[in-house]
Each structure stands twice: as structure tokens, then as C-alpha cells.
Design a protein around this ligand. Structure first.
Ligand code: RNT
Ligand code: ZN
Length: 428
């Protein structure tokens, strides 16, 4: 009787033949997939709480719902969960840290943080062979309590956040230097109004001034790249967000910054896939926050849906894999948090694989020839090609669980490791 490994291999052999018939080189697609890092966000692991010892819930429009047991409460627990999550995900990826995840050992305000608070993460990442990305944290803090930070009317508050941002750029540069590749440092600034502003202009003028101050010091692009993330609306900023798409599109273009597009930050029926080929005409690189909004920017776990498939198709069809940093941004506390990472990251990678398994040249030639019949027919046939067989083989050959086998591992982990954790916030 054939072993399950042999069954996977046989299915792969026949899938490889089916794709070859369409002119697709499956081995080349798998090799390319192995070079695509996904920047996995640390904050799914603990509901965006971090290690500052705060007890209060999130602020500034971020909302996490659910109370699934086993939340990581210390850097050690978070790393333990991440190591386990990465063991369920094929390929080599990155870890995206927020500033509030430093190891502070006592009260350290956001404007006082330094590389020393991230030494543990840098060492751990080196040990794991992982690279790091970073984010200043402009939320869940008394200086952000009224919904404004870098665009605040009070110059002292603006200065506090400028100092935080400058400190974060130094940390990101140190991470990049240590790992030998740029640490993408993403700026999301929540500032906005719940109700109709009397001046949409003034906060934008203040924000651009604050940002220009923050970015005065040029840092080596080999160490860190600054990214700016736009948003249309949030909880408590329904009527106006200072850092809108137009604001940051212009900012990134004129200041040579990476633009960050979050899949949940636009009108509910607006996707980010169509934007990629436009913005890459004007900005050098893009950062994506692959996420899933359900009716609003709800940050649900990424599923293998049309939106994610279109995003990856656009990246591959446009030959943009080297100019797009693929990051994740979701937080769900109603399911096992490690499973959330596994589901969202595996789906993102599966969508990259599907895009790499398209006969791109054939489709684009048909289009150039005006043969839209072939274009549509092939795109539809591709939907039922044996992607799953190639994905399973990729998982098997990289030594990670095949199919829903990863869920069994999560169940074991859930019984062996996570129950030892209480539910309260613990100061490390
Ligand atoms: C919020 C933004 C932002 C955050 C993280 C925690 O709407 O999407 O990226 O989710 O920085
Ligand atoms: Zn985001």
C-alpha cells in the first residue's frame, strides 16, 4: 500500500504534467515561492497588547474581539508561539514587531525606547534565521487618548510622538544592520475625527510637518526603509482620517518612501489589487498589509479568497515580487492565535503559489492579440487546476505538515503548552 508521502508525490507528478501542458514550469514556480518572505505580524499572538505592562484595552480604533485561552503574555511565550507557528508554515519568513513589544523591565515611555529593549528580539531572530520588520506604536497611550498624535494641536504632544518615531527609526536601522537586509519600518498614524471636521487642512499640515521632522536624518536604505500606511476610516475616526490615501500617496512620491496599502483601509468594496500597478509607477516599493475586512476594517484572518488571489496575481503578473513587501495584518482572539497565524500565512503563500502557476505569458499574449476569449477561458480553467497537489508537495518537501495535519499539531500544543498560561496581563 502506498504511504501518504507517496500519494502526495504521485498527485504532484500528475499536477506537474497538467501544468506543463499549459506551458507552466512547476519546479520554477516552487523555487520562486521559496524565496518570497511573508512578514508575519507579532500582534496576532497577544491581541496587540505588547509588553509595556498596560492593563487597559486597545485604543485608537484598534479592536480585538474574543477571549480564546492561551494568549502569550511574555516575550518568552510569544517567541515560543512564533517558533511553533513558523514550524507549520513552509519557507523562511520575517517577523514584524511593534514598538510596544520591547523588553522594558520597568517603566520606559515610548519616547525613551532604544535598541537595548529589542536586543532579545534581535538575538532570537538571528538564532532562528529570521529577519525583522518594525513599527512605531502611535496608539494605546495616554498621549494618544484623544485620537491625535503627530497631528495633535499641542506641539508638546507632537514632539513626544516625533521623539518616539525617531527612536523607532534607530531601532529599525540597528535591526537591519544586524540582519544584513533592510528592516521595513511602517508608520501608521491613527489621527482622525469621529465627526465632521471644521478643518481637514490643519491636521494634514501638522502631520506633514511632523513626518518631515522625523525623516530628517537619512538612514542607510540597506538597513531600513520607512513605509507610510494610509486609512480611510476607523472606529472613532469615521468622518476623517488625517493620513488618507491621497495624503500618503503624495508623501511617498515626494519623499521617496515605501507606501503601505492595507487591504482593509478602503471603501468596503474597494480592493487593493488594482492599485498595485498604478502606485508602482510612482513609488519605489510597496508594503502590503494583507488582511480581511468583513463589512469594515475588521482585521479577520486571511482566507484564500478572491481578494488575496487578485493581489498575488497582480504582483506576479506585473513582475513586482522584488518591489512588494508582503506583510500580514489581522488579529482574532476568538480562535487559537497560533492557528490564526498558520491559516493566514499559509493562505497568503498559497495565493502566491497560485499566481506563480499561471501561464502569465500565454495570458498576456492572448490579451495583446485581442483574443479575450482565450484569456477568459484559460483564467477560468486555471481555477480548477491541481494547485492543492503542488501546495501539498511543497509543504511535504519543506518538512511542514501537509493539509489539515497542522491542526493536529496545534491541538497538541494547545494541550501541552498553552493551558499553563493564565489570562491576565503580566508584566515581563
Ligand atoms: C490599523 C493599521 C495598522 C495596525 C497595526 C497594529 O488600522 O492597519 O497597521 O493594524 O499597526
Ligand atoms: Zn495595517
Amino acid at each position: 500500500m502506498a504511504t501518504s508521502e507517496q500519494i502526495i508525490e504521485r498527485a504532484f507528478e500528475s499536477a506537474r504534467q497538467r501544468y506543463a501542458d499549459l506551458g507552466v514550469d512547476v519546479d520554477a514556480a516552487i523555487r520562486r515561492l521559496g524565496t518570497v518572505p511573508i512578514s508575519v505580524h507579532c500582534w496576532q499572538g497577544d491581541d496587540v497588547i505588547g509588553f509595556e505592562g498596560r492593563e487597559e484595552s486597545l485604543g485608537n480604533g484598534l479592536a480585538v474581539t474574543g477571549n480564546y485561552p492561551g494568549r502569550a503574555r511574555t516575550p518568552g511565550e510569544l517567541r515560543e508561539d512564533l517558533e511553533f507557528a513558523f514550524s507549520l508554515i513552509p519557507g523562511k519568513h520575517r517577523l514584524n514587531l511593534h514598538a510596544l513589544y520591547g523588553e522594558f523591565h520597568g517603566p520606559v515611555d515610548r519616547d525613551e525606547i532604544g535598541v537595548e529593549h529589542f536586543r532579545g528580539w534581535i538575538d532570537w531572530a538571528a538564532d532562528q534565521g529570521l529577519s525583522l520588520d518594525f513599527n512605531p506604536s502611535f496608539f494605546s497611550h495616554e498621549n494618544a487618548a484623544d485620537g491625535f498624535t503627530l497631528a495633535h494641536v499641542d506641539s508638546k504632544i507632537r514632539q513626544f510622538w516625533i521623539d518616539h518615531a525617531v527612536a523607532c527609526r534607530k531601532i529599525a536601522a540597528a535591526m537591519g544592520e544586524a540582519q544584513g537586509n533592510p528592516c521595513v519600518n511602517n508608520f501608521w498614524i491613527p489621527d482622525g475625527y469621529k465627526d465632521s471636521p471644521a478643518s481637514r487642512k490643519a491636521p494634514r499640515q501638522r502631520l506633514i510637518e511632523s513626518l518631515d521632522q522625523i525623516f530628517t536624518e537619512p538612514l542607510a536604505p540597506a538597513h531600513t526603509l520607512d513605509a507610510v500606511e494610509c486609512k480611510l476610516f476607523g472606529i472613532g475616526s469615521e468622518s476623517y482620517v488625517v493620513g488618507s490615501h491621497e495624503f500618503y500617496m503624495g508623501y511617498a512620491m515626494t519623499r521617496n518612501k515605501v507606501l503601505c496599502l492595507d487591504a482593509g483601509h478602503f471603501h468596503p468594496t474597494e480592493g487593493i489589487a488594482d492599485k498595485i500597478s498604478s502606485v508602482l509607477l510612482y513609488v519605489p516599493e510597496l508594503l502590503l498589509h494583507v488582511s480581511r475586512g468583513v463589512r469594515w476594517d475588521s482585521d479577520h484572518v486571511v482566507t484564500y479568497n478572491d481578494e488575496v488571489q487578485s493581489i498575488m496575481q497582480e504582483i506576479v503578473r506585473g513582475d513586482y515580487l522584488d518591489r512588494v513587501h508582503i506583510g500580514l495584518d489581522f488579529f482574532d482572539a476568538s480562535i487559537n492565535r497560533v492557528a490564526a497565524w498558520a491559516i493566514g500565512t499559509r493562505n497568503t503563500l498559497k495565493a502566491v503559489l497560485a499566481a506563480l502557476l499561471e501561464p502569465t505569458e500565454t495570458l498576456q499574449q492572448a490579451e495583446r492579440d485581442g483574443d479575450y476569449t482565450t484569456r477568459l477561458a484559460l483564467m477560468e480553467e486555471l481555477k480548477t487546476m491541481p494547485l492543492g497537489a503542488v501546495w501539498d508537495y511543497y509543504c511535504q518537501s519543506t518538512g511542514v505538515p501537509v493539509g489539515a495535519e497542522w491542526l493536529e499539531r496545534v491541538r497538541e500544543y494547545e494541550t501541552a503548552v498553552q493551558p499553563t498560561r493564565g489570562s491576565s496581563v503580566q508584566v515581563p
